[in-house]
Design a protein around this ligand. Structure first.
Ligand code: HEM
Length: 339
């Protein structure tokens, strides 16, 4: 994570330039994608990331639209959006398959990799015993694709909104930078530093509250009739749990539209269970939540070590739009100035 962040953040501003207007959507996507490629495949190649970013964006648009169709029609039909979807699926499949093929073709004696693909290939069903067959090639491929998509788009969205909030609230950003300086003294962060970065973490949690990257798509189907708060919900009803609503409820978060990281500092009692759930909750809670918090905190610390963030005069508030993940209607551009 640190290596990927170092590269992406150093490249964000051309060498010798004191400041620049930066497309933070592109920056955060490049960065989180690089993290996932290293985590999944130990790959430092960042070629095709622009195409991959476009492909995953297309899939979120299609996913969102098709979610509200009564039935999902086959992808080969000549319907609006289907050609783009086919292109995006093919691109990601080729990308993932290439990484897996290269791994399987490694000659005997190649030092083993310590990445998610190695773990998936070695995984065995604990109940079936060590000699069980493991995952099929299609399952390994699908797991890699899921992790790649679920693991970069959400975190990029969260970082993008955090960057915007830091630029809009320079006092909170200054306090976060002071903390980073005090704890790290100029060196790069590690996972062990997280407990000391209380204010920085609180700014990230408050960003996740105001702009949850997956704000409405936690869906469950009831297996039996049930009563919830006086409502009768029949069996087999699809229930959408919408963190966006709880996150903007003044009962749990007074002045819910205000950016107030102190809601999440260690000396403040946490909100009641379920009031803050950017990662969902229960048995299907996001499997990557700790990974994402670690990644965002490391990236945020490294960014503040390098740059101050500024909005442009008269810059409008970005309007959030739901397309599976919560994105600004237009990409946010911020001025990054070297410290
Ligand atoms: C800020 C970043 C992230 C947010 C806000 C987020 C949010 C979520 C949410 C709301 C769910 C649905 C939970 C539910 O249905 O109850 C989910 C599921 C999932 N997330 Fe994340 N996620 C993030 C980062 C990641 C990362 C980094 C990874 C992988 C490394 C990841 C992998 C997954 C997977 C595989 C699932 C499906 C889990 C299952 O159904 O069992 N996510 N995430």
């Amino acid at each position: 994570m640190v290596a990927a962040a170092r590269q992406a953040l150093d490249e964000a501003l051309p060498a010798g330039q004191g400041n620049a207007l930066v497309d933070v959507d592109a920056l955060t996507n490049r960065l989180t994608m690089a993290v996932m490629l290293r985590t999944l495949f130990s790959s430092t190649a960042v070629d095709r990331t622009t195409d991959a970013a476009r492909a995953s964006r297309i899939l979120t648009y299609c996913g969102m639209r098709e979610l509200f169709w009564p039935v999902t029609l086959p992808d080969w039909l000549p319907l609006p959006g289907k050609a783009d979807k086919r292109w995006a699926m093919r691109l990601l499949n080729v990308l993932i398959a290439g990484h897996i093929r290269r791994r399987l073709a490694e000659p005997a004696g190649t030092p083993p990799k310590d990445d998610l693909l190695a773990m998936l290939l070695a995984a065995r069903d604990e109940d079936a015993g060590a000699n069980s067959a493991g995952l099929s090639p299609a399952e390994v491929h699908d797991q890699c694709k899921l992790m790649f998509l679920a693991g970069h788009d959400t975190t990029a969205s969260a970082l993008q909104w955090w960057l915007w909030l830091m630029a809009r609230h320079p006092e909170a950003a200054r306090r976060a930078h002071d903390e980073v300086q005090r704890v790290l003294g100029g060196r790069e962060p590690t996972a062990a530093d997280l407990p000391q970065l209380d204010w920085l973490t609180a700014t990230l949690k408050e960003a996740l509250r105001l702009y949850p990257p997956a704000p409405s798509l936690t869906a469950r189907r009831t297996t039996q009739e049930m009563q919830v708060a006086g409502w009768r919900i029949p069996r087999r009803t699809l229930v959408f749990i919408v963190p966006w609503v709880a996150h903007h409820d003044a009962r749990w978060f007074p002045e819910p539209e205000a950016f107030r990281p102190e809601r999440f500092t260690a000396d403040t009692p946490p909100p009641p269970r379920g009031a803050w759930m950017p990662f969902g909750t229960g048995p299907r809670v996001c499997i990557g939540q700790h990974f994402a918090m670690l990644e965002m905190t490391l990236v945020a610390a490294m960014l503040l070590q390098r740059y101050t963030l500024h909005t442009e005069p008269g810059q409008a508030e970005p309007r959030p739009v739901l397309n599976v993940t919560l994105r600004p209607a237009q990409s946010i551009w911020l001025r990054l100035a070297r410290r």
